[in-house]
Design a protein. Structure first.
Lengths: 114, 109
């Protein structure tokens, strides 16, 4: 099993450009999450999904959109990239919403917005 | 809203010395607490959770509800423990993790 995979691994954008980050998991998990990691700020939740066809806002959702058309995929979109969105993005999944379940993380996508 | 604070951004110890990574939280209910670790060039992974009361790689963490703390401890640090450590909290009603700022641990030879 590949676990959680993310595409692409690196990306450089110019201000105003758009892009989509893809997260895929092969563990049949119901829950999926997108975080951003910034120095000194830890990981902050952008959006999450509790099942196919559902999404919800996290702590820092502005400037991002998501879609969960298939259970195994969770897409994060930036419609008009800004330098403040330069970050490392992590996707994660878990088997249910029960609080003691473990979240499994992808390898991350390093995004630079010039 | 819940919050997790890790007061030390950087922590450096020598091999064989005890190490304690501090974690404090604010939440009025009964949260679940976790420690996640990210080794160099590896993905973030769960180290331990308080509900399991387990010791992983020699690390332990005790939930102190009176002090609202969940400090991570190891009596004898090893060089391979060098990594970024995140304390995280989940409120009882959901699965959303709230992370602290992280502590970069360096164990020197």
């Amino acid at each position: 099993n590949a676990g959680v995979t993310q595409t692409p691994k690196f990306r450089v954008l110019k201000t105003g450009q758009s892009m989509t980050l893809l997260c895929a998991q092969d563990m049949n998990h119901e829950y999926m999450y997108w975080y951003r990691q910034d120095p000194g700020m830890g990981l902050r939740l952008i959006h999450y999904s509790v099942g196919e066809g559902t999404t919800a806002k996290g702590e820092v959702p502005d400037g991002y959109n998501v879609s969960r058309l298939k259970k195994q995929n969770f897409l994060l979109g930036l419609e008009s990239a800004a330098p403040s969105q330069t970050s490392v993005y992590f996707c994660a999944s878990s088997s249910s919403g029960r609080s003691y379940n473990e979240q499994f993380f992808g390898p991350g996508t390093r995004l630079t917005v010039l | 809203a819940q919050r997790v604070t890790q007061p030390e951004k950087l922590l450096s110890v020598f091999k064989g010395a005890p190490v304690e990574l501090k974690c404090n939280y604010s939440y009025s209910g009964s949260p679940e607490l976790f420690w996640y670790v990210q080794y160099s060039r590896q993905r973030l992974q769960l180290l331990l959770r308080h509900i399991s009361r387990e010791s992983i790689k020699g690390f332990t963490a005790d939930l102190n509800k009176g002090e609202t703390s969940f400090h991570l401890k190891k009596p004898f640090a090893q060089e391979e423990d060098s990594a970024m450590y995140y304390c995280a909290l989940v409120v009882a009603s959901g699965s959303r993790l709230t992370f602290g700022e992280g502590t970069q641990l360096t164990v020197n030879p």
